[in-house]
Design a protein around this ligand. Structure first.
Ligand SMILES: *[C@@H]1O[C@H](CO)[C@@H](O)[C@H](O)[C@H]1NC(C)=O
Ligand SMILES: *[C@@H]1O[C@H](CO)[C@@H](O)[C@H](O)[C@H]1NC(C)=O
Length: 472
């Protein structure tokens, strides 16, 4: 009984309110009913830095108690100067406390940061691409690291006539440029003794080389797919395994087509080498000759990153006479039973000569090359790469480079937009097959672009007649 009377009474009040409201539509007080008001999001908690505006003061609008009409315009809405606003706090004018109450505004509100309509306390963080933003005194303060994927570079490269196209990569998104240099390369520059190593000269008399060459077409099925080093700065191991795999396959005429294990090198070739923190090519080739490695299937890539130390070596071998090695451990991959060890002969350095590199590639297969990787290379999508000057006027920290190593597998030439012929090398990177031209890239040839012709290495696999007879 009692309940229904109350309900009726309330309905009546609501009805009267409604009628009143309809009647006084011009009046702000009704449009902003109490209920609406309590649901409105906070005004100055929206992250708007209020420059100490004097709203209540300017309009002389302090109202004792509750007064819905006690408002003043605030940006594109209104704020309140009546005492009721103090209950919800959020819709008081910024100078309400100071002017009407004579006290400083409540702290929590003033220090909250807003993002996507949500409020965050002091110390809250979020990531903006490669930079961390932290809430402090009502404002987000973001780091200002140059990011590996840089919109400015992408646009500048694509607008200019550089012969190649730049784009975004999700696997690089969120990394700083320094992290890219630190985690995605990983070949130490050869020491001066190695750099002064005698070059092997080939007789180039009357040599006629084709205009276009691709090892994968000359040796179908024997050239392995580009690898993915992930965030492991171990290109020294990846490029060595890649070149050795192809060379052994070519040399054995397809009797053996091992995809050699970069992880075997990363984890076991540890004398003066630093796994996913970088290593030397001469050390890698020494290991491949003297110790040898198993296949990638036998010793797969672990989820090792540059931040971790070496994962312990899980493959061991002993001499089997005449320099050959035999595994004494099972494959780390429990589903692989073939722990065959593959070895190479000593690697040899080619002359820094376009033609001699081409001849070696043409006759014996892919070669390994060191390369100086600059900030724009990470964003390469397709075309003939050349380091661009688009960051030339940016601060030093936007222009970074590091030493990398790759596998060259061919060459060609292409007419550019300006009508000029552009000669290129075709090379496999180790950033996965969704980078560049299906894991490959093309780079200007004959001008030592990014030092790609400065230190080029070839090798022969150690393939005996008995191996050929035994396998396949
Ligand atoms: C208004 O709010 C402030 C901060 O929350 C509080 O210190 C003050 O006592 C309140 N004043 C009234 C009159 O409610
Ligand atoms: C790049 O890719 C990432 C991840 O796919 C995406 O979140 C980001 O918005 C992209 N950035 C640009 C500039 O296109």
């Amino acid at each position: 009984m009692c309940d229904s009377t109350r309900t009726l009474k309330m309905r009546l009040i609501l009805l009267i309110n409604l009628v009143l409201c309809l009647w006084m539509t011009e009046m702000v007080s009704c449009q902003r009913s109490r209920i609406r008001r309590e649901l409105t999001p906070g005004l100055h908690t929206r992250g708007i830095r209020d420059a100490g505006g004097s709203y209540c003061q300017r309009h002389d609008a302090c109202c004792p108690g509750r007064n819905d009409a006690c408002t003043v315009p605030y940006l594109d809405t209104i704020c309140y100067c009546d005492l009721f606003c103090n209950r919800t706090v959020s819709d008081c004018c910024p100078d309400f406390w100071q002017h009407c109450l004579g006290i400083p505004p409540p702290n929590i509100i003033a220090k909250a940061c807003v993002r996507n309509g949500q409020h965050f306390p002091k110390g809250a963080t979020y990531r903006d691409h490669c930079n961390l933003c932290t809430c402090n005194l009502g404002n987000w303060h973001c780091e200002e690291n140059p990011c590996l994927i840089n919109k400015k570079t992408i646009n500048a490269v694509n607008r200019g006539n550089y012969g190649w196209t730049a784009g975004n990569y999700s696997q690089f998104w969120g990394l700083t440029l320094d992290q890219g240099i630190q985690y995605r390369l990983g070949t130490n520059r050869p020491s001066s003794t190695i750099l002064n190593m005698n070059e092997l000269h080939v007789n180039m008399k009357n040599e006629v080389l084709p205009v276009y060459f691709n090892a994968a077409e000359k040796w179908p099925g024997l050239i392995h797919e580009p690898l993915d080093q992930g965030n492991c700065a171990g290109s020294w191991a990846f490029s060595t395994a890649a070149v050795a795999s192809d060379r052994i396959s070519i040399q054995s005429m397809g009797h053996m087509t091992p995809a050699l294990s970069p992880q075997n090198l990363l984890s076991c070739d540890i004398r003066n080498q630093h796994g996913c923190r970088g290593g030397r090519l001469d050390g890698a080739w020494w290991y491949l000759r003297r110790r040898g490695v198993v296949t990638d299937n036998c010793y797969p890539i672990g989820s090792m990153t540059s931040d971790e130390h070496h994962s312990p070596c899980m493959m061991h071998s002993r001499s089997a006479g005449r320099g050959k090695r035999q595994a004494t451990s099972h494959c780390p991959n429990p589903h692989s039973f073939s722990n065959e060890i593959y070895q190479s002969t000593p690697a040899y350095r080619l002359a820094s000569s376009e033609k001699e590199i081409m001849k070696e590639l043409y006759e014996n297969g892919p070669v390994q090359a060191i390369m100086e990787v600059h900030e724009d290379f990470f964003m390469y999508k397709h075309g003939i790469y050349r380091h661009t000057p688009v960051m030339a006027y940016e601060p030093e920290r936007y222009r970074r480079h590091g030493t990398h190593s790759v596998k060259i597998t061919g060459w060609g030439e292409e007419r550019g937009a300006d009508g000029h012929m552009r000669k290129y090398w075709l090379a496999a990177n180790s950033w996965g097959t969704d980078w560049g031209e299906r894991g490959y890239f093309r780079i200007a040839r004959g001008e030592n672009e990014c030092e790609i012709e400065a230190f080029v290495v070839g090798v022969w696999g150690r393939v005996d007649m008995e191996d050929l007879a035994r396998k396949k």
